[in-house]
Design a protein around this ligand. Structure first.
Ligand SMILES: [Zn+2]
Length: 281
């Protein structure tokens, strides 16, 4: 199988970035790997995630405002959220992340379900500031709250909330309108992802703007739909597994068929998602 990592990196090289102004001084850049959330202001830009392709991200950032990027937070260690770390560090960004992000970026890390082994990242790409406990920062007239998730999509996931604007970036614990990847190689699990979805629902209200790791800007009701889909698919796959079905038999039974039209159109199709869920039950 050709690794999706190569497909995604190639696509990002020519992708166009769409800029969405959300609320207050918070915007999102969509199109270079995972969504990139940007807080602008006189203290310098703060980014959540660094995307993949430098030229497009650099142009998009310049079009938002003149200030340099001073702060970069990695929502987790995956390449489509951290490939841009090195160049952003080289132009002055201090990188913050969960300690497991630094750990996985520092060594050869194999992701079995992507059929890919990542080499250690260059020193400049490594987070220098480790988020070992929840913390609050005051920047650009905004209260920025960083929270650690228990292991869910990976063992390195963080949310970043911009309180006055009521915007929250929830890393890859939420894929809006797409089946999520679950990285069993670095601590991810379906149960953990469902618990993260519950935490996201509890942490938002009807006015909250929710920035998913992938997919369009969302809201609380879409977080609920996502959680409900995860719970329903887990139940269907668990029933098949309990009745002794092998992985191939489970995939052939199409447990995701009710959901594929809505959720199966991105990187992870129904069969791939069934395989991920089966492995985690
Ligand atoms: Zn990810």
């Amino acid at each position: 199988m050709k690794s999706p990592v190569i497909t995604i990196r190639n696509a990002a090289a020519t992708a166009k970035i769409n800029i969405h102004k959300l609320r207050g001084n918070v915007s999102v850049l969509e199109g270079s790997g995972g969504n990139i959330t940007v807080l602008t202001g006189r203290d310098g830009k703060l980014l959540v995630d660094s995307g993949i392709s430098r030229p497009q991200v650099e142009d998009a950032l310049a079009s938002l405002s003149k200030e340099p990027v001073r702060h970069l937070i990695n929502s987790h260690w995956h390449f489509d959220h951290t490939d841009g770390n090195e160049w952003l560090h080289s132009v002055g960004a201090e990188i913050s992340a969960h300690e497991n992000t630094r750990k996985h970026l520092s060594v050869n890390t194999r992701v079995e379900d992507w059929n890919f082994t990542f080499s250690p990242a260059p020193v400049g790409a490594l987070p220098a500031k480790l988020i070992t406990t929840d913390q609050t920062r005051h920047l650009n007239g905004t209260t920025v709250v960083l929270k650690r998730y228990d292991p869910s999509h990976t063992d390195s996931d963080l949310s970043v909330e911009f309180q006055e604007a009521n915007v929250i970036a929830v890393a890859d614990t939420f894929w809006n309108g797409a089946y999520p990847f679950i990285d069993h190689s670095t601590g991810g699990s379906l149960g953990g992802l469902i618990r993260a979805a519950e935490a996201n629902i509890a942490n938002t209200n009807d006015e909250t703007i929710v920035v998913p790791g992938h997919g369009p800007i969302g809201n609380k009701s879409q977080l609920i739909e996502f959680r409900d889909m995860l719970v329903a698919v887990r139940q269907k796959v668990a029933d098949l597994k309990k009745h002794g079905k092998s992985l191939d038999e489970t995939i052939a039974a199409k447990p995701t068929s009710d959901y594929d039209a809505k959720w199966g159109g991105f990187v992870i199709d129904g069969n791939f998602f069934t395989r991920l869920v089966y492995a985690g039950i």
